[in-house]
Design a protein around this ligand. Sequence first.
Ligand code: GRF
Length: 189
Amino acid sequence: MKKIVVFASGSGSNAERIATYFAEKGSAKVCLILCNNPQAGVLARAKRLEIPSLVFDRQAFYKTNVVLDVLATQQPDLIVLAGFLWKVPENLIAAYPNRILNIHPSLLPKYGGKGMYGDHVHQAVVTNSEKESGITIHFVNEHYDEGNILFQAKTEVLPTDTADTLAEKIHLLEYEHFPKVIEEWLKTC
Ligand code: GRF
């Protein structure tokens, strides 16, 4: 069975969706959830789903090998960033070339880069009266939101949409596509 490690900073609804999708399919398993925020909702989800989790702080992430070491014990086939807000250090990227996937809630390269996360993205899309937005699933490299794009899906932005209603639409797209894109990628590993 293929092993997936998920990094998340927030609510973790994508992390849960991925975990339950593969629990049903049986072809892969989320074996660990790594988190940089002790208050994050994803930790309660991990507990409920009986997935081990580990919280690390900035010092541990950037100045020690704690995360690399724990990853080495798991030997994941894929690392998935699902709402993970910190930049991934280069030594981690180098250790897992083409094995770290991120999801971004816009049609990159639009609305990507530093500071463009969560509601900031959706607010900017609505403020600019964009006609469409979407999701981008891409490999992670040393620049924010700039790795090779594996998949995109679009949704219409209506004049009546707010950042909140757009966020809901984007989440639905994420739940629909992220597990399937991961599944397809894992077949090639
Ligand atoms: C998602 O919209 C994802 O695209 C973005 O952060 C959000 C995370 O949501 N990077 P959740 O924590 O999975 O609910």
